[in-house]
Design a protein around this ligand. Sequence first.
Ligand SMILES: *Cc1c(COP(=O)(O)O)cnc(C)c1O
Length: 424
Amino acid sequence: MMETITSSKQAMELEDKYGAHNYHPLPVVLAKGEGVYLWDVEGKKYYDFLSAYSAVNQGHCHPRILQTLTEQAATLTLTSRAFYNNILGPFEKYITEYFGFDKVLPMNTGAEGVETAIKIARKWGYEKKGVAENEAKIIVAENNFHGRTTTVISFSNDENARKNFGPYTPGFIKIAYDDVEALKTALKDEKVVAFLVEPIQGEAGVYTPADDYIREAAAACKASNVLFIADEIQTGIARTGSLLAVCGNCTCQGHCEKQSTYTQPDLLILGKAISGGFYPVSAVLANNDVMNVIKPGQHGSTFGGNPLGAQVAMTALEVVRDEKLAQNARKLGKLFRERMQRLAEKSDLVKLVRGKGLLNAVVINDSEDSSTAWDICVALKENGLLAKPTHGNIIRFAPPLVMTEEQLHDCCDIIERTITNFKK
Ligand SMILES: *Cc1c(COP(=O)(O)O)cnc(C)c1O
């Protein structure tokens, strides 16, 4: 029997009873979203400061993306790649021009995008670099988050994500994040085919590396004939105040012509906000010399490149450009960090604030295994703002990028008031 939800309590009980317990959600049951706002089942309104882990950069239920979705859903949704469809080609042209690459390989979820990049890099290593079969190695960073598949968790160092899911996929070398010297040492191994890294480590707690880390890491890879793979699933699509985090401090939308701060990865992985939260779409972008190692039958997905996802993604990317979301994220991010910095100076509970654009974290002054950050998030929820702790004592603040300056100040007031009044 299909049940209708009339209270938050009822919804939580159903999830608890019938759903696998693979998440620990904040106790709020959402029923509606619009722009920067969410409403729960009882009608209480909240500011969203998670944006579905940065999948909803364009704001909830963006009307332009909604229109595209409904029109395409009524026309053609899925053909499989056994046949051509009339949307995939235009999407491939649009997204490759938008980000400045020769080719794209479309998938659905972020983890599939990462798997795709790993497969392409290994194949490139054997066929182009000349590494002996089955010996390719990929360098990754400590405290990475690249998704939940068996291979991806094989190179995680989050015990919770890994334990009892072995045996693990071999072929990965872990080095310290934000450490170019460690990378250079690891690159001396001639079996290395790629370095996979997040330009800012989101899940780990918004660890923002030194300004020149990405540029220097990419240069070191190039010097060693190793592919530089940027996982921008969370940092991409305007989140950090530029179209991509690898753009450095450039705010140009689309492919950058001022190459001064832009670092072009050999493989770029996108997901989450690429479709504005309407539909799972991920993509791996590369130039021909890399992407052409993939031949028919060697990789794919039933839903990857379907016309519904492709059309939705095109509009979602158009919204990012038309509404100047990168510029807005940059401006509001500065304001947010200034306000949180002032709060840190007067509150013992706030240790520091860090981040870029509208991907920020406030580190709470307590031990990693304390419940203080969680309790603050519950108090924030009571005061009408939704955020979630990541790794114990860190709270990530990442609102939709369509927020106005006035709304941001309103939100900072809520955070300030909640933390000032908070009692452990
Ligand atoms: C969310 C995320 C992923 C995984 O994406 P899914 O769609 O959840 O599979 C991979 N890498 C990074 C950096 C992410 O933030």
